[in-house]
Design a protein around this ligand. Structure first.
Ligand SMILES: [Zn+2]
Length: 445
């Protein structure tokens, strides 16, 4: 196998950091896992959706020729992937659907333009909350789908979920309470060009889920740099908010995937991640009963390593606990199957948002001469869990614009806020699932 590895090293050396090109894709049957071992060392290749029978591999142009030349049995994904596009909305129609949902109840919805894709398509978000025009003191939640353009199920589910949250407001008690106490952001289509072309990458054929900063590689600065425009837009958007919990939706498997993706180490909140993953999977029978993944959940790295993924970036730099939900084994099911997937996932999708209220936060109101200047207040929080009388540090986290909120396991927590200039505030809060669990701090100068 060493010979094979060497050849790969010399054949693909285009990527600056780690591979994010998805110009060609293949499915490789690999029952004894011998081929994946030799291919996964190559930094220019993207391994995806590993199962007992094989895996997908993506890479720069030349990948297929290479596989052929080295007699690695494979199937060209461009030739076999079947997209039954009948009845599916276009990206433009998805955006009209988002705008009509807003029209149904403009009191609790706001459409905003995240930005435009490489080909100029609008990437829209929908905010759903009571007093939607205000930035209220409520935890901020986010759903993003279809960063892989050909993984379409999530886009459709997001539109249906948004519609149900808006229609259910005032009629359904569970939904009303959720909308009243949470700022929910839904971005159904992060990669509209890819979806228009029914392919994984964006218009430049870059895999957006390998295009984010990654703390474990040489691309370890949280800067825009020369990333894809869709990646930059999400990075800028994330920076403008205080998201605490989120999920991003994919297809090609049925499993709830939790961090980390990029390193083998246990995540500092591992037990909570497993608990939230099980909570999602248990509500969706075809995920729970998966024959590939015990209980329908998996750690990302244990499945396959992902460098430059959105999930790890989101927590590592922004304290936004993100999960990756693989919604359907067919990436692009027949349109008539979409209601089936939505009905199966609807309760889990709502319950997952509700989980953001397992947390605690703080909001500063800082007055100078009677004027609130907390918008400019940034600092760090040292957070400790109090367990049988002793303090165990969970970590140090940034807080922005005078606001911090974090999803945590139930228990008691000690907050040490470092406000700059040597100013500190210390207090204890309990996490018990109560709604809008914030400490309000006022400073007058
Ligand atoms: Zn995907």
């Amino acid at each position: 196998m060493k010979f094979l590895i060497l050849l790969f090293m010399t054949t693909f050396c285009f990527a600056a950091f780690s591979g994010d090109k998805a110009e060609e894709g293949a499915y490789i049957y690999d029952f004894d896992k011998s081929i994946i071992q030799s291919l996964s060392v190559n930094q220019d290749l993207i391994i995806d959706h590993v199962t007992r029978s094989g895996f997908e591999v993506y890479g720069p142009a030349g990948l297929l020729t290479f596989l052929k030349r080295h007699n690695i049995p494979h199937v060209d994904l461009a030739k076999v992937e079947f997209f039954d596009t009948r009845n599916y909305p276009t990206p433009e129609e998805i955006n009209s659907q988002i705008r009509s949902i807003h029209q149904k109840n403009p009191q609790i919805t706001q459409v905003f333009l995240i930005g435009r894709s490489v080909q100029g398509r609008e990437i829209l978000g929908l905010k759903i909350s009571d007093n939607v025009q205000e930035d209220e003191l409520e935890p901020e939640f986010k759903y993003i789908s279809s960063m892989h353009g050909d993984e379409i199920t999530g886009r459709e589910l997001m539109v249906r979920l948004a519609d149900d949250l808006v229609s259910g407001y005032g009629a359904d008690q569970r939904i009303t309470q959720l909308v009243d106490n949470t700022e929910i952001y839904i971005i159904p289509s992060m990669n509209p060009d890819g979806s228009a072309m029914r392919r994984r990458g964006n218009a430049n054929n870059i895999d957006l889920n390998r295009n984010f900063p990654d703390f474990s590689t040489s691309d370890n600065q949280n800067i825009l740099g020369n990333r894809q425009v869709e990646t930059k837009l999400i990075m800028e958007f994330q920076k403008s908010r205080n998201f605490a919990l989120s999920a991003n939706f994919h297809g090609g498997a049925a499993v709830m995937n939790y961090a980390w993706d990029t390193i083998r180490d246990r995540h500092p909140l591992h037990d909570l991640l497993v608990e939230l993953s099980l909570d999602y999977a248990n509500r969706v029978d075809y995920i729970k009963n998966s024959d590939e993944f015990p209980n329908g959940i998996t750690n990302g790295y244990a499945w396959y390593e992902v460098n430059g993924g959105m999930q790890d970036w989101s927590y590592y730099w922004h304290n936004d606990l993100q999960f990756t939900v693989e919604l359907s084994i067919p990436k692009w099911p027949t349109y008539s199957q979409i209601p089936y997937y939505y009905e199966k996932n609807k309760d889990a999708l709502i319950a997952f948002i509700e989980n953001i209220h397992r947390g605690a936060g703080v909001k500063y109101k800082e007055f100078i001469n009677g004027q609130n200047i907390a918008e400019n207040l940034n600092g760090t929080v040292d957070l400790y869990k109090i367990e049988s009388g002793s303090k165990n540090k969970i970590g140090t986290f940034p807080f922005f614009r005078g606001e911090f909120y974090k999803v945590l396991p139930h228990g008691e927590y000690h907050f040490e806020m470092n406000l700059g200039g040597g100013d500190q505030a210390r207090f204890v809060m309990a996490v018990d699932g109560s709604l809008n669990n914030y400490a309000i701090m006022e400073r007058n100068r």
